[in-house]
Design a protein around this ligand. Structure first.
Ligand code: PLP
Length: 218
């Protein structure tokens, strides 16, 4: 299928209130430009270096989301333009984002990444850590960073019940925190599991290979 057919096919499966983050990692800027020309404005990348190579040559109104692990010392390279950092997994990182975006008089949206998968994932906050972090800053208005939601990844498995249970776990945490302070975004679901994620309450999905095709890792 063509890029256009893939894109249309995904868009057709998304309810109106669900945001699509087109995950373009490993794919060339030509492909991103093509999808942009279909009307897509939100793209996700997981590596700072790759994002820094692509961002300058693509349209300036793209809303870039960082979806991969971010080292504190790299925040400064993306603070000028990044729209949302979906992968905040420490207090240190949160404070660094606030500091660096302040230098550009911006406010960066961030999601707390929470470990929901049964498999051992390297990155993400434990559920209790995330709750503590959220509560610690609930009455602190950061001038340059805003926690707008939560992000999580399910276990990579064919077991749909397990995937569903992991997404429901994140939805429960989302509802709990949303009671304390209103949140906008629940980011969960990728190419293989986004329909389940939406059923479980996701309002933002991160879809890569179902749009751009499979990735050839070098
Ligand atoms: C790569 C990636 C995606 C997209 O994965 P696909 O299976 O290609 O849709 C989504 N979220 C994160 C965090 C990723 O790293």
């Amino acid at each position: 299928m063509s890029l256009q057919e893939n894109y249309k096919n995904i868009k057709n499966q998304l309810p109106e209130n669900v945001q699509l983050v087109a995950v373009s990692k490993t794919h060339p800027t030509e492909a991103i430009q093509e999808v942009y020309d279909f009307g897509q404005k939100v793209f996700g990348e997981n590596k700072v270096q790759e994002l820094l190579e692509k961002q300058p040559i693509l349209p300036k109104d793209i809303q870039w989301h960082l979806i991969g692990h971010l080292q504190t010392n790299k925040v400064k390279y993306i603070a000028e333009f990044i729209d949302t950092i979906q992968s905040v997994d420490s207090e240190k990182l949160l404070l660094e984002i606030n500091k660096e975006s302040g230098k550009h008089h911006r406010k960066i949206k961030v999601l707390l990444q929470i470990k929901i998968a049964e498999e051992d994932s390297k990155f993400g906050l434990e559920i209790d850590e995330a709750k503590d972090l959220f509560q610690k800053y609930i009455n602190v208005e950061f001038p340059n960073v805003e926690i707008t939601g939560l992000m999580g990844m399910a276990t990579f498995t064919d077991n749909k019940t397990q995937v569903r249970n992991e997404f429901l776990k994140l939805k429960t945490i989302f509802d709990e925190l949303n009671q304390l302070k209103s949140l906008e975004t629940l980011s969960m679901g990728m190419s293989d599991d986004f329909p389940i994620a939406i059923e479980c309450g996701a309002n933002s999905v991160r879809v890569g290979s179902a749009i751009f095709g499979s990735r050839n890792y070098i």
